[in-house]
Design a protein around this ligand. Sequence first.
Ligand code: 0CH
Ligand code: SF4
Length: 314
Amino acid sequence: MRVILAQPRGFCAGVVRAIEIVDRALQKHGAPVYVRHEIVHNRHVVENLRNKGARFVEELDEVPEGAVAIFSAHGVAKTVERAAEERDLDVLDATCPLVTKVHVQGRQYVAAGRTLILIGHAGHPEVEGTIGQIPGTVLLVQSEADVAKLELPLDAPLAYVTQTTLSVDDTRGIIDALLKRFSDIVGPDTRDICYATQNRQAAVRDLSSQVDVLLVVGATNSSNSNRLREIGSESGLPSYLVADGSEVKAEWFEGAHTVGITAGASAPEEMVENVIDALRALGPVEVSTMAGREEKVEFKLPSKLLQPLVAREV
Ligand code: 0CH
Ligand code: SF4
């Protein structure tokens, strides 16, 4: 069997930064440090940090007063920031700077007197965070059909922003529907969909034309990983989302000569290797990587973590 790896795949700059923040917080403060929500949507990443002393909670009332609390890469609402202040928590914010950029953009549109529409998936933590970062009403739109249901004057001053990990193609359709229906609407095109999401989607579309089966390494609650699997399916390929090699099933590869593998922005490369090992258990495998775009994006750590780390007394 031939295996072709997508390029780029796996960790993005926001995920690298978020994990580094938890690691450095543990080195600086010692265990435990508290992380609100999975730092990124990946069980292996979470388990690894838990073993080092991170404690994962869903809400801040589970964090003792005065403790170190880290916000996940997906961002949080203003109410969460305020709750952290009230509990006197030592906050480290691992919100991806590209998610924060959307928050800032949304607030600017509202300050300019526009009603804000957020294109995204209901219930996703990034969507809850973005809605909660904008003063006033934010209207959530999940599909082109939702655009038709918006009860707004057709000439109302509107603006839109998007979740960072959506399908570029679906979002384009929703934006076109908004521009067609409303006469005074502004927004950032599909550029709120971050560089990593866009690059991984473009690579997997390219890869889909070269393989018989597609495996996406990622978690079921990872938005960007699900979008990669959908692109495989839309290209007519049997496409499967797997957390690791233990979920790979032999029957998926009957009659297949070439398997494509990509990984969501929150999936560690070790899990890609683990999936390749699972394929090796089925028969000989020849692995190559497609030619693809090189990514050089890096984000700065919070200034609190930039001081050189001094060895802690034990
Ligand atoms: O794709 P989603 O947003 O579900 O998140 P993830 O899988 O944790 O990947 C990292 C992206 C975090 C925020 O953009
Ligand atoms: Fe940031 Fe994009 Fe990665 Fe999300 S997927 S953490 S927005 S770089």
